[in-house]
Write a protein that binds this ligand. Sequence first.
Ligand SMILES: Cc1cc2nc3c(=O)[nH]c(=O)nc-3n(C[C@H](O)[C@H](O)[C@H](O)COP(=O)(O)OP(=O)(O)OC[C@H]3O[C@@H](n4cnc5c(N)ncnc54)[C@H](O)[C@@H]3O)c2cc1C
Length: 394
Amino acid sequence: MSLSLWLDPLPPPRPALEGDLQVDVVIIGGGLCGCSAAWHLASAGISVALLESRQIAMSASGRNAGFILQGTAERYDRAVAIMGPEKARAVHAWSLENHRLMAEVIAQERLDCGYMRRGSLQLADSVEEEASLVASSDLLQRDGFEVQLLKAEQLPSVFAGAGYRLGVHLPADGELDPARFVRGLADRAEQKGAKIYEQSPVIELDAASPGEVQLRTAKGSVQAAIVLICTNARAGELLPSLASIVDPVRGQMIGTAPLPPLFPMPVYANHGYDYWRQDEKGRIALGGWRNLDPGTEVGHDEILHPDIQERMEKFLRRFAPDLQITHRWSGIMGFSRDSLPVVGPARGAPGALVAAGFTGHGFGFAFLAGKALADIVCDGRHPFADQMDPRRFS
Ligand SMILES: Cc1cc2nc3c(=O)[nH]c(=O)nc-3n(C[C@H](O)[C@H](O)[C@H](O)COP(=O)(O)OP(=O)(O)OC[C@H]3O[C@@H](n4cnc5c(N)ncnc54)[C@H](O)[C@@H]3O)c2cc1C
């Protein structure tokens, strides 16, 4: 297992759960979603414990590129074609709300996480993709979202020089160091009273009766009124009804030593398969090329794919031939059957709520999903969960 640019070095782990614990709400999974739920619940004064099998943000939430993008993994023209105009617009608006809430908590809690709002740039790799970008841009504009279509002469020179001829600039998008953000959120939740245990995989869960949830780890147990399952790609392990709905899919990444400014904002090309950005320290994080071997890039192992790694490095050296690669890693995403998040009451487990299946765009939805679960606990419902209800899958 290799560490990402953001996880290296790992802090000393919090202690594992030992003994028996009783709380109102127990959360399983210490990624962005679980830590958001913990922060929202602790902020509301609810007694809450979070159990994480590894360390906070050590799975997808600390292994991604740190893009905060609007929308789903599908370009907006495709999203409209698949979901219909009304739903596509609503889902897109939710991702902007997610970003607004993240920016608010970063300011409110003074989280030092390299957050920047420079927008993002979608680039076309082919004539066919150029047509899709134009269609996306037109539809985004029609639906009232901020967007700018850039012709070759309007593109930043680094991209025009590399042969790109068309781009879509989305000024509302942002970026951050994902591990610093999620760790910061966990620290603040803890300061507000949340109990956080690391190195504590949940190995048994009984959520058959609301009000009487029980779970077990190697050295401890928890009794709670309700459990929030925020285990992303592993959701099906504790909730069999999700096993055929959320699939583990691997993504490869590389990270470099600091370089002079080269890329002015996060970029995604090739229909979103390939993405890269330069962080506030000048380091480049680049990922993608999964479409070269989609059949192999599945499962839970955080292993490197040598051919994809080589292709990514070759691509990046076109822009900076002498760059130094300091990190190579992979991470596991949870892809849902319809590419939309799965958020709300879990089928077959009346004592559980779940949030998973962010399909490669968790930083576009998972903070909001954690809040939605917390709001269901406190107020009985949240409109985002109404639209992302896991029970939509029969
Ligand atoms: C290479 C890569 C690049 C990406 N790039 C981006 C990007 O730029 N922008 C974006 O929006 N999204 C991106 N994503 C997706 C994003 O990282 C995820 O959607 C998001 O982090 C999901 O958050 P989460 O909290 O649901 O899941 P996770 O971060 O996976 O957290 C789930 C946690 O549950 C824990 N867990 C699992 N089982 C148990 C158990 N039995 N007991 C206790 N704990 C358990 C895991 O250890 C894990 O820490 C990327 C993902 C990858 C892999």
